[in-house]
Design a protein around this ligand. Sequence first.
Ligand code: FES
Length: 469
Amino acid sequence: VARTVLDVLQSDGIYTEAACGGAGTCGKCLVSVDGMPCLACQTEFRDGMKIEVRAEERFEVLGAVFDSNSDLPGGGEFGLAVDIGTTTIAFALVNSVSGKIAFSHGVVNSQRALGADVISRIKAADEGKLELLNRFVVEDILGGISYICREGGVAPSAVRSMVIAGNTTMLHILLGLPCTSLGQFPFEPLFIDLQRRDFFGIFRKELLDCEVLLLPGVSAFVGADVCAGVLYGELLEGGVERLLVDLGTNGELARFASGNYMVGTATAAGPAFEAANISCGVGSVAGAVVRARYLAERGVFECETIGGAAAVGLCGSGVLDVAAELVRHGFIDEGGAMDEDFAVAPGIWFTQKDVRELQLAKSAVRAGIEILLLEHELSYDAVDKVYLAGGFGHSLNFESAIALGIFPEEWRGKLESVGNSSLAGCVRVLADPEALGTLLEITGRAREINLSEHPRFNELFMQHIMFEK
Ligand code: FES
């Protein structure tokens, strides 16, 4: 079998974004071969080729927070919370005495080089790239630990415990386990319970000397990340009817109420909300458009970018703003058709294909939400609070999300961004001795809804593919 340029770059551990996993549809694996731009996944490798790739992004720091209210690091003991997201791996160093976060940051998950979503990672693992996926995540986490200890002024020997959450596929890859069963019926994980492991056993390095807890999940689709998020939400405020919505690539949803009751599901939203399969989509980097408003009188977009830098692309919240404005001003019709691609900023276009990607994502999430509520005959009004999880939740313009029909009008005023709730759940486990017991109670009683088998999913999905005017 002929090897592609992408295959060769990946086996050499050279990072190249490949959101579609090599299908040739995302355009993200653009490299230069002998001076000519081409898609690495569609180009056959030949000896002697001169290949140039874009700058290495693997250890890009996505944000560092120092909590000035916490006890200053330096002495004492610390715990480390890690959330392995499909797109980003987030870290928080927690002071064991105060239970507060001393320092946190995130890095790009290098596995993105093998596809933007969980399905493409499972496929890559099945195609013999499990070892590479495992190496990427192990190196990302080791790099993240070194960074957080250095920047936080904490010796690695002072880190005495580590708690990890992530979706079920990410945790399988971390342990180097095959993911085949996660990608095919009946979608049985090889493990889903709480795991207590030794640091060296997972990371093959003696950087830390501590036990590592891998938090429990519910199923192949409702992983430890969702459950940790529910734990966080449960501890945030108890007793009311709540929904946790993670607009990441898996579109995880969980409904929970008093008495540690939880029902979870996941809907294949695809990476549109993270802008990974959007033509001019970028991550949360300097210059990413986070807000956009269409100025009808001048016929241009007014954009706000991260760091105020010149616009380099659209991140998830920018995508939603642009799409909502184009619908509002009639450039996108109810069915999602656009007359022509639209210039958002110099060199940044929003295309018909982007609208289609967004439609698939938004109707998958909305149909999932409706089924979660239908199961218990709950109306939108019966929901007291909706927590939006994920890095995206922070900058999300709720009005754009409602205008596009991701959420119903009735939830105006009930939406609340909680940031990375999975990481926050890990922090709680480190900080509160009772939290792990609560989490085990939640996962022990949790129930999952399989959307693909639900008789009404297709009908609701088709209904919500439209944009409402
Ligand atoms: S187009 Fe090559 S990885 Fe997507």
